[in-house]
Structure formats: structure tokens, C-alpha cells
Design a protein around this ligand. Structure first.
Ligand code: ARG
Length: 461
């Protein structure tokens, strides 16, 4: 057994298994710098309001700063006997400053403290992830700008549908990531509210100044209700939800890269820096990077589910269940961060689009069939009638092993007198893409406009 951290109400120590079971230090050590910063703000507030003296406040702040340095240099490594990062720091502070250190926890509870730490941590992580999203978007944009007139088959139901500008395809992901970035900004607004000063659950008898600590810690507001302040984890759930959507987007792109790299598609070549081999099949070059991104997506979804379930039956206010919020949150941050970084490297220097193969691909199918129907409709044939006629043409072509471009002008005219020689131009893949010039479409003019706007978005700080 070991000495408990709590009051003398306890006579004997914890069973070693229970001590380990109860402790969070092994993972909440991640919060240490935020815990120190939060405690420094609290100490300054205690001095500012006269709850402790100015000198005591200064001693607490510099003692805490010393712990930060000790931690950074690897000299401070609290073990399981500290229970959690909050006790660990407070205990060390008392070793450093003596009795003054024992004043730090005046008018505070670990409940408002851990909520403060977690929010400070998450706020910093959100900012980091947003920077990474911007970096990833800029790589997408670089490739897109080089490939406005590179064509790629477009699919619905994974069946050839209509050809696309490769830039347009990549810009679709740019937009998804743009929403992710905005979503994080929105989540940040609710992350950035201070629970410090809510106490254990009911507030405190001391004349504290919650707005003062909030300002020192750059929070935008304070929780209005102390019970809500110490037991709210909406912000963690919202973040994990936003993180899940980022993973959805990365995973969808990963899935495309995986089949683009297959021999069947052959749209991209994986470069050695981001591909892996097989222990038995010497010819193999595997897309492990996008596969891992796709695979890791489930972890984040799982954390979201775990957080929701953790919360749903909790009575007010703090319950130890809430300690379970951390590992999932930390792992979500790490997973999203790692995957964003990996996909950025993969796209920037790990794969090459095979433009020749892409150009051939869009000539080998019936993805210009809609354009034949559109051609007739433009000449006054009701669209549904034109659609049915082209359906029949496609059927005959398949039976005779021909493509639409193989039909002679005579054959076209037999199908419908409205066909003229310009039908060949209309079904040429480049023209097929260029013609889709409706707002937000894949037409080159639209895509160039979209690229300009995307660039402008990135340049906004
Ligand atoms: N380690 C705890 C957590 O992460 C800190 C708060 C503990 N509060 C308490 N009343 N036991 O939730």
C-alpha cells in the first residue's frame, strides 16, 4: 500500500492494483504544461484578489515555472503514486516552495482544474490541426493547378459516368477540408470557455475573479453555471465529431488512391518513399499509407462513440467516469494529426498521376453518352426522347464492339436527322468536360475560377 494523496480521513493506503486502476498520471501527463499554465493563472488571480499575498503569488508562479523546466529537461517524471498530473504538480510545488505551495489549491478543485487543462490542451491542438489542414489543402491545390486539363474518368456507383478535370476532382477534397477547418473554428468557440473557478461543483466561498483567470488564459468567456462548468464534455464530443469527419474525408481519398494505384485502374504510380513491399512477393508495391489512414479512421469513430456513451447517464456534477475522456481525446488528436501529415506527404511526394493512362481511359468508354443526348436536346429533341435514342445506340455499339466515336456520319444521320459533323467534336472528351460550364461544374472555365477562389481562401491568414 502507499500513502494516499487525500486528507487524513484515510487511515491506510490504496491496494496497489486499485492505485494503478484509479491513477491517470500515465496519460494525463500529456496535460502537464497546460496544468502548469492554468495553475499560474490561478495563483496570479489569488494574489490579484488578495486571497494570498503578492509575494506568495510570485513564489507559486516561479515554482510552477521551475516544474515546467524540470519536466522539459526530463528531470520531473511523476509515477503512479501521484495519482494524476494535478496532484503530481502540486506535490512537487510544495517540495520546491514549502508551505506556500500548499496555498495553490485555495478556491479550486481538481474538477474545474482538469476541465481547464483539457480545454487549453484542445484549443492548442485545434490550432495545430487547422494549420495542418491548410498545408494539406495547399498540396491538393498545387496538384490541381497543374492538372486543369488532365482528364480523369468520373464515376457514380463506381461505374464510368462522365469525364472530369482532375483538378475538379481534387478540389472536391479541398472543399471537404475547408468545411473541416470551419467546423474546428466553430468547435473552438465552445472549447474556449473557462470552467476555472467553478470549484468542485458549487463555486467557492473565496472572493475569486473568474474573468481575470479567463483573460489570463485567453478564454473568450466563462461558464455561467458551476455545475455545468465542471461536468460539461460537449466540447470534447464536438471535437471528436469534427475529427471523425476529417477522418471520413481522408479515408475517402485514401480509398481512391488505393484503387487508383491498382493495376486495374493504373491512374497513379506510388513512389518508393511512400510505398511498401512484400516479404514473399518480390513484385509487390503496396499502398500501406492510404490503407493505414483508412484503417485508423475507425479508432476516431470509436472514441466519439465512447465519449457519447460515457456521458449519457452521468448525474450532475463531476463523476470519475469523466477521467475516461482523455485517452480517446488524445488518441483522436494524435490519429488525425498523423493521418493529415501522412496524406500530405503522400500527395506531395509519394505518388504521381499517370496522365497518359488517364487520357486513354476517358476515350475508352461511353462516358460521353450524355453529351449525345444533350446534343439532340439542344437541337430541339425532347431530352427524354434523346436519352432513349442514345440508350439504343449504346446497346448496338456494345453488341458490335464499337465506341460512339467509331460511328460514321451516315450512321449518325440514320439514327436521327439532327446529327451533323459537329457531333464528333461534341463527344470528344476534352469538349465533354469543357462544356460542363455551369456554376460549380467541371468545365475548365469554372475550374479555373474555383482554383482562384481556393487560392484566395488559403491566403486568408
Ligand atoms: N484525474 C481526474 C480526471 O481526470 C481529475 C479530477 C479528479 N476529481 C475528483 N473529484 N476525483 O478526471
Amino acid at each position: 500500500t502507499q500513502q494516499p494523496n487525500w486528507s487524513p480521513r484515510f487511515e491506510s493506503g490504496l491496494h496497489p492494483h486499485i492505485a494503478r486502476f484509479n491513477a491517470s498520471i500515465n496519460f494525463d501527463i500529456e496535460l502537464i504544461e497546460y496544468d502548469i499554465t492554468g495553475s499560474q493563472a490561478h495563483a496570479k488571480m489569488l494574489a490579484h484578489t488578495g486571497i494570498i499575498s503578492e509575494l506568495e503569488g510570485e513564489q507559486l508562479v516561479s515554482g510552477l515555472e521551475q516544474i515546467r523546466q524540470e519536466y522539459r529537461s526530463g528531470k520531473f517524471t511523476p509515477g503512479v503514486d501521484a495519482e494524476d498530473v494535478h496532484f503530481a504538480v502540486e506535490r512537487r510545488l510544495t517540495e520546491i516552495t514549502g508551505d506556500v505551495g500548499k496555498k495553490l489549491h485555495t478556491a479550486r478543485s481538481r474538477n474545474d482544474q482538469v476541465g481547464t487543462d483539457t480545454r487549453l490542451y484542445l484549443r492548442a491542438q485545434i490550432e495545430q490541426i487547422q494549420r495542418q489542414i491548410r498545408e494539406f489543402q495547399s498540396v491538393l491545390l498545387d496538384i490541381a493547378e497543374q492538372n486543369v486539363e488532365t482528364l480523369i474518368p468520373g464515376y457514380t456507383h463506381l461505374q464510368r459516368a462522365q469525364p472530369l478535370s482532375l483538378a475538379h476532382h481534387l478540389l472536391a477534397y479541398f472543399q471537404m477540408l475547408e468545411r473541416d477547418c470551419q467546423r474546428l473554428s466553430d468547435v473552438r468557440r465552445r472549447v474556449n470557455i473557462s470552467p476555472l473557478g467553478c470549484g468542485a461543483l458549487a463555486g467557492t466561498t473565496f472572493p475569486i475573479d473568474r474573468h481575470y483567470t479567463a483573460e489570463l488564459l485567453h478564454f473568450d468567456a466563462v461558464y455561467e453555471n458551476s455545475l455545468d462548468g465542471v461536468s460539461d464534455r460537449d466540447f470534447a464530443i464536438e471535437f471528436t465529431c469534427a475529427a471523425s469527419l476529417i477522418m471520413v474525408h481522408l479515408s475517402r481519398l485514401a480509398e481512391e488512391v488505393i484503387f487508383w494505384a491498382s493495376q486495374e485502374f493504373g491512374f497513379v504510380t506510388l513512389l518508393d518513399s511512400c510505398a511498401t513491399g512484400s516479404s514473399i512477393m518480390p513484385q509487390k508495391k503496396n499502398p500501406d499509407v492510404p490503407e493505414l489512414v483508412r484503417g485508423k479512421t475507425g479508432r476516431v469513430f470509436g472514441h466519439l462513440q465512447a465519449l457519447l456513451v460515457m456521458m449519457k447517464g452521468l448525474p450532475l456534477a463531476y463523476n470519475k467516469d469523466l477521467q475516461e475522456d482523455k485517452e480517446g481525446l488524445f488518441d483522436s488528436v494524435k490519429t488525425v494529426t498523423d493521418c493529415l501529415e501522412s496524406m500530405t506527404i503522400l500527395l506531395r511526394e509519394g505518388l504521381q498521376f499517370r496522365n497518359r493512362r488517364l487520357a486513354d481511359a476517358v476515350c475508352e468508354d461511353f462516358s460521353n453518352a450524355t453529351d449525345v443526348a444533350d446534343y439532340l436536346a439542344t437541337k430541339g429533341v425532347p431530352f427524354r426522347e434523346a436519352y432513349n435514342l442514345v440508350g439504343k445506340v449504346v446497346k448496338t455499339c456494345i453488341a458490335t464492339n464499337k465506341l460512339l466515336k467509331d460511328l460514321t456520319l451516315e450512321e449518325w444521320k440514320q439514327l436521327h436527322p439532327a446529327f451533323e459533323a459537329d457531333i464528333y467534336q461534341a463527344i470528344n472528351p476534352l469538349q465533354v468536360v469543357a462544356a460542363r460550364n455551369s456554376y460549380g461544374g467541371t468545365g475548365f472555365t469554372q475550374v479555373r475560377e474555383a482554383l482562384k477562389n481556393a487560392r484566395a481562401t488559403l491566403n486568408v491568414p
